[in-house]
Design a protein around this ligand. Sequence first.
Ligand code: ADP
Ligand code: ASP
Ligand code: MG
Length: 422
Amino acid sequence: MALIVHKYGGTSMGSTERIRNVAKRVAKWARAGHQMVVVPSAMSGETNRLLALAKELAPARTDDAYARELDMLAATGEQASSALLAIALQAEGLASVSYAGWQVPIRTDSAYTKARIESIDDARVRADLQAGRVVIVTGFQGLDELGNITTLGRGGSDTSAVAVAAAMKADECLIYTDVDGVYTTDPRVVPEARRLRTVSFEEMLEMASMGSKVLQIRSVEFAGKYKVKLRVLSSFTPWDIDINEEADSGTLITFEEDEHMEQAIVSGIAFSREEAKISVLGVPDKPGIAYQILGAVADANIEVDVIIQNISKEGKTDFSFTVNRADYSKTVTLLKEKVLPGLGANEVVGDTKICKVSIVGIGMRSHVGVASTMFRVLSEEGINIQMISTSEIKTSVVIDEKYMELAVRALHKAFELDHSPF
Ligand code: ADP
Ligand code: ASP
Ligand code: MG
């Protein structure tokens, strides 16, 4: 008997028919003798629908009081789907109970709309498991120190599931979604993309952080920190397929590089449209400037990604960086109001029509010339590179968003990701 966590995404929970299917699948696992904790997302479209209602009432707000209410609102989506799944499981003849994040409780910090999980009390869930119940825990949400409901950022149910698996010391966490695993790139953009049977934890971390939304980045971080066995697989296979076949399907995130791993130089291509570029123009080229600009941004809990500073002319330079598009207005306002006056810079300009495309692979560590191949491919397509950033196992470029799909397809082909390396 094992303790297993299943996570079902929005599309998998998208209708009562699909919820019934999820219930049948979970029931199969429970009847095979496993203790089951299930973490569902809201039904597909529900989170967007709720957030759009708030936007109708307050189109331009970015303040904390507003963000608190957004969390209060968005959290209802997962509460509904969790209760529906418990009802569907009961209809299958299984004892089942659902809990909202605050009932567990899953404790987070107070960063509304992007809170981080700090701790999970496993006592209540464990008692239910012991009593033979299937336990449903809402994805995406938690409770801060002051008792406010928080949410974990878009796609956050992945993180809830892995964090619950870590807290419960589960034997495995299975992320059921609308694709049958992690692909070399988003199969919706490149139909030739290939499913990876395994992907290393480090590669998955880079792919997720560079925009592959198949797993939320923080879920991969949790899996790495607590060594949670993690697999991504399809919820669209027939619910009654052989459980051993199902348990071996999809993509396993591995922690060891063994001889079975695919040894391609580039394993995958990630991309993100959710980026915006901000440039502070005419900044004095002297010590402390990066800190003055980025320190203020960090204090506002805004994550910065690619950073460049141009060569100075006559003691002045331009300083550019990217942030998540959702943080764009907030960052520009902050810079104009709080930073520019003390900086002696001329102006803040921004561009929200950019995207980031990244090639990722452990093999890049031991091969030279991979980045230059990327630059050659983009130049052959006539795509201008605005910014570059690298790590040991990835190279990212910022380009005009209208070239994103062209760039991804050209790179996927150039690195022969449509062919199996074996
Ligand atoms: P869920 O609602 O189940 O959480 P998401 O929409 O968040 O599902 O994530 C699954 C989607 O991620 C897929 O439908 C696919 O379009 C997208 N995706 C992006 N990159 C990849 C990749 N490398 N491999 C598989 N899917 C990817
Ligand atoms: N329902 C949330 C979202 O749409 C969380 C999730 O699906 O993981 O972002
Ligand atoms: Mg998701």
